[in-house]
Design a binder for this molecule. Structure first.
Ligand code: OGA
Ligand code: MN
Length: 210
């Protein structure tokens, strides 16, 4: 199939940029066109069926370990040469990266991203997306790939905002959530059904020794 054409001046980019500047996070329902959401969900399910998703690890480098008591999702990182539908998603996220750099001067250099599948009952305890020993992750971005999600299905992304405010996002297909990786603690609540997403991080240049 030919790659879907996506406009690089997505109408919601400016709103996301404004939200980030104002409050450090943004939720945009209907960010992904429905056809793209369905294709990405199919790609995620295909990978899961082929056994390509693996239990996600906690931590970084040699300290990485699988701890289902902390997070129970199964993931696969996107790579060069993935299916065209993944490239469409990556192009869309790159247009978001450029918009954030242009308006917020964030100096975001790249984007890393993985499919995630939470089996029923799986969760991810409250955490920050920035590693202690690596502060390159600057903006987190999650898009959801689930149709007809209802509040009683659980699986909300719960964000812990300023002044003790908690805000829940329903993981409904096409919805995008972005937030500052080092500033917004968040968790994934257990769901009664399978929960699919694409999660990614816009990163700044690091000060890694080479
Ligand atoms: C993560 C994460 C949130 C979500 O993968 O780090 O917090 O809603 N995901 O899937
Ligand atoms: Mn997270």
């Amino acid at each position: 199939m030919r790659a879907m054409q996506i406009s690089l001046d997505h109408p919601l980019l400016q709103r996301i940029v404004d939200d980030l500047a104002e409050k450090g996070w943004s939720q945009q329902n209907g960010f992904l066109p429905q056809a793209l959401t369905l294709e990405l969900a199919a790609e995620c399910r295909k990978r899961a069926a082929e056994g390509e998703l693996a239990p996600a690890a906690v931590g970084r480098g040699p300290a990485q370990e699988i701890r289902e008591g902390i997070r129970g999702d199964h993931i696969q990182w996107l790579e060069e040469g993935d299916a065209p539908v993944c490239e469409t998603y990556m192009r869309l996220m790159d247009s978001l990266r450029l918009a954030m750099n242009r308006h917020l001067f964030l100096g975001l250099e790249d984007f890393e991203s993985h499919f995630a599948m939470y089996p029923p009952g799986a969760f991810y305890l409250k955490h920050l997306d920035r590693f202690r020993d690596d502060d390159r992750r600057t903006v987190s971005a999650v898009v959801y790939l689930n149709d007809a999600w209802l509040p009683e299905h659980g699986g909300q992304l719960r964000m812990y905002l300023k002044d003790g405010v908690e805000y829940d996002v329903q993981p409904t297909g096409g919805c995008l959530v972005v937030f500052l990786s080092g500033e917004v603690p968040h968790e994934v609540l257990p769901a009664t059904r399978e929960r699919l997403s694409l999660t990614g991080w816009f990163r700044r240049r690091g000060n890694e020794p080479f």
